[in-house]
Design a protein around this ligand. Structure first.
Ligand code: X2X
Length: 339
């Protein structure tokens, strides 16, 4: 500590500010727990805006013991690679779509079944209630720690460089990038499309070079990842809702003292609620901005898309894979039968 700092501390103590001042000036000392938080979104996406705020609060409330460093835009690797790293401990914290997580925790993808949720009013009670609880149990059984409150990605819409998707027939043979997950591949195969599994880290390039003609993501991502530069049409299919579980390496989590675990959980879970509101607002308001960037929108009737999944045997196949108990939780949470 420098002489100046010491003099200041004495002055601060005299005015009764010593404790709070000391907490805010500790970062010069290395944190006891330096944890990496990896994710696939840009710094401008609400995921990282809110995670950054949470990390600052965690650092302050833990008296500088816990420093969470954000690595956005798949800087530490593509999703399927970072999933391996969070399992082994190379990365401590990671946000991941339930569907990609299903490559390790099969039933985690339950929430991504096509057309399960009519809107956010159905999503949050399910994910904060029985469905989310069931999935978190499955994740913990596989040896990963998961925070209680899931973050939002949003309802997914299909974009294309070729033409609007108005009916399921427009998806016939359509070369579409999907994230790496058996559920995504199965769903777009059921639509009759030609899905290619590509991590988000390579998606912009895959669209730019024409390896695929389309992709599907919420509007917030079309905007923050600038996919409008390489796509022309947006079809508002709302074919599934997607979120991000916050996962932690189990040993790294267990190494945190209980009070630090509480500080991290509380701040990340609170940030999730703010992030949900941000994403919902973006997804409701971005159409104009994307049109301004040259995109053309259409809003297809979802009914024929859902019927196509049904007649292709998609629901029956996945009910069989998840089992009756898990499927019942999904249907009860969604508030309607799926088939
Ligand atoms: O990879 C994607 O498309 C993304 C960003 O939506 C997910 O993380 C599933």
């Amino acid at each position: 500590m420098t002489v100046n700092r010491r003099h200041f501390m004495i002055g601060a103590a005299a005015t009764g500010l010593a404790t709070s001042f000391a907490i805010r000036t500790t970062p010069a000392r290395a944190a006891e727990f330096n944890y990496k938080f990896a994710n696939n979104q840009t710094l401008t996406h609400p995921m990282n805006v809110r995670a950054k705020e949470a990390a600052a609060k965690i650092q302050e409330e833990s008296g500088g013991r816990v420093a969470i460093n954000i690595f956005p835009s798949s800087q530490l690797g593509a999703d399927t690679d970072v999933l391996g790293q969070v399992r082994s401990g190379g990365v401590e914290l990671f946000s991941l779509s339930p569907l990609i997580l299903s490559t390790f925790v099969p039933n985690a993808s339950l929430s991504g079944i096509g057309f399960a949720f009519a809107g956010y009013d159905a999503v949050w009670p399910a994910m904060d209630g029985a469905l989310g609880g069931f999935v978190r149990g499955e994740i913990q059984k596989k040896g990963l720690h998961v925070l209680d409150t899931i973050w939002d990605n949003g309802f997914r819409q299909i974009s294309s460089s070729r033409g609007a998707i108005a009916t399921p027939a427009d998806l016939e043979g359509f070369k579409i990038r999907v994230p790496v997950s058996p559920l995504w591949t199965s769903m777009f195969s059921a639509f009759g499309a030609a899905p290619a599994s590509i991590n988000f880290a390579e998606t912009y390039t895959a669209l730019q070079t024409g390896i695929v003609d389309g992709q599907e993501n919420p509007l917030a991502i079309l905007s923050t990842a600038k996919l409008y530069e390489v796509q022309k049409f947006v079809s508002m299919t709302n074919h599934m809702w997607d979120g991000f579980w916050i996962l932690a390496n189990r040993r790294a989590w267990a190494a945190l003292p209980e009070d630090c675990q509480e500080i991290v959980s509380r701040n990340f879970n609170a940030a999730a609620l703010l992030q949900r509101a941000d994403v919902m607002a973006l997804n409701q308001s971005l159409q104009g901005m994307l049109e301004g960037n040259g995109m053309a929108f259409n809003a297809p009737d979802p009914a024929p898309f859902r019927e196509k999944l049904s007649s292709a045997g998609f629901y029956a196949e996945w009910k069989g894979k998840y089992g009756d108990e898990a499927w019942k939780i999904l249907e009860t949470s969604a508030g309607h039968a799926l088939g």
